[in-house]
Write a new protein. Structure first.
Length: 397
């Protein structure tokens, strides 16, 4: 690898100089790269020399733009048979958040400072921190796919992993733990909701409350997966936001969940009047097809909370000057949180008193780490002060 000065005269007679790095890439092919300043050429030569030795160097001419790599990444996902929802999320990230900002850059031009600047651009453009985090994950996956295609040598997003761990800890500190009465319905609120349940939403919401199934799993649940005699519900499929039926989110998502009598009785009654359809769904829409999540929330969950008095003030008033109230828990996931807390609580406190591993299996989490990260603070603790005192006496006696 050499760095040499090149001089020439233009057609107008002007004298020009540049610095050329002459080297062989990892495949032995000769490459030339030109710089205006010797300092830049020396820096590139030093970096390229290390990358060539490690077998990760990719010349600019053999690379692609970020936009092209994004299109390749989406094609890879489609070829792998990923769900339509996942592909739609990929395409949204690439088209709306990646291409407009760094789409024209060569992959080889990406560096940690460039990516940090890109994050700042997203923030300045009004993207939320949650969106930025998701887009960065997609960019990292995009670069990993480009690495496998030989379009780039390094994945600078993955190189930032150490900083990302700090970001996650900071995010968790800001977000805080799930709180009863804020994220999780209280026992009194839950009783009021159950008492207010009626009509077609009663069996669905009772199942959500007392089995902890995800909204997608409820919408994809089939009658053949419900054993009313054994009082058991088996999860084998789910419905995505496009109402397409597919496999659960993970292997652990396929599970059997026991159903209490209130759910079994409600399902027995509902089965007699449930709309029939080719899919054999337990909670279909009026024509037997997959019910939309927005319909369940807007027509079922939220109105029932208003009827039950489980509300919060919106800060607005109506024409008569009365405060306008809204449902306290906007989505079905609050009911899943309640189920988790019910599984965790001691039996003497009205819960099931299950150990962490059993809670993980009931919820269909991919790992017990996820269960403990989300719900670990809800598990009952012993009297640590008394235990410490006893241990002190035993040690010093």
């Amino acid at each position: 690898m050499s760095v040499r000065k090149r001089s020439w005269t233009t057609a107008t007679g002007a004298e020009k100089t540049a610095w050329v790095v002459d080297y062989a890439d990892a495949k032995g092919k000769r490459r030339l790269k030109t710089f205006q300043r010797k300092k830049e050429a020396d820096a590139f030569a030093a970096t390229a020399n290390v990358e060539v030795r490690e077998g990760v160097h990719v010349a600019d001419s053999a690379s692609a733009t970020v936009a092209q790599a994004g299109d390749f990444w989406i094609l890879t996902g489609e070829a792998a048979g990923l769900e339509r929802t996942t592909i739609a999320n990929y395409r949204s990230h690439v088209d709306q958040h990646i291409k407009p900002f760094i789409g024209e850059l060569k992959l080889t031009a990406l560096s940690i400072p460039v990516v940090r600047s890109y994050e700042d651009q997203l923030r300045a453009a009004g993207r939320s921190q949650v969106t930025i985090k998701k887009v960065m994950v997609s960019l990292g996956s995009l670069l990993a796919d480009a690495q496998e295609r030989g379009l780039v040598g390094r994945n600078v997003v993955r190189d930032m992993r150490g900083r990302r761990k700090g970001d996650r800890r900071q995010e968790q500190r800001h977000k805080g733990r799930l709180k009863v009465g804020v994220d999780i319905p209280t026992r009194e609120e839950l009783k009021a909701i159950v008492a207010a349940l009626h009509g077609r939403w009663r069996p669905l919401l009772l199942t959500a409350i007392f089995t902890g199934l995800r909204a997608s799993e409820l919408r994809g649940l089939r009658w053949k997966d419900v054993d009313l005699d054994k009082r058991e519900i088996r999860v084998h499929q789910r419905a995505d936001r496009f109402n397409a039926i597919g496999k659960p989110k993970s292997i652990s998502g396929e599970r059997a969940v026991p159903a209490p009598p209130i759910v079994v009785n409600a399902l027995r009654e509902w089965k007699l009047v449930c709309p029939k359809g080719d899919l054999g769904l337990v909670f279909p829409n009026g024509s037997g097809k997959v019910e939309g999540l927005n319909n369940i929330v807007r027509r079922g969950l939220q109105p029932i909370q208003l009827k039950a008095g489980v509300t919060i003030a919106t800060g607005e008033v109506d024409a008569e000057g009365k405060p306008i109230l809204a449902a306290k828990y906007p989505g079905l996931h609050a009911l899943r949180h309640f189920y988790a807390s019910w599984c965790i609580n001691r039996k003497e406190d009205g819960g099931l008193g299950l150990p962490a591993k059993a809670v993980q299996e009931r919820l269909g989490h991919s790992s017990i780490v996820m269960t403990m990260d989300v719900y670990g603070h809800l598990f009952p603790r012993g009297d640590d002060a008394d235990e410490l005192a006893a241990a002190e006496n035993a040690l010093l006696a």
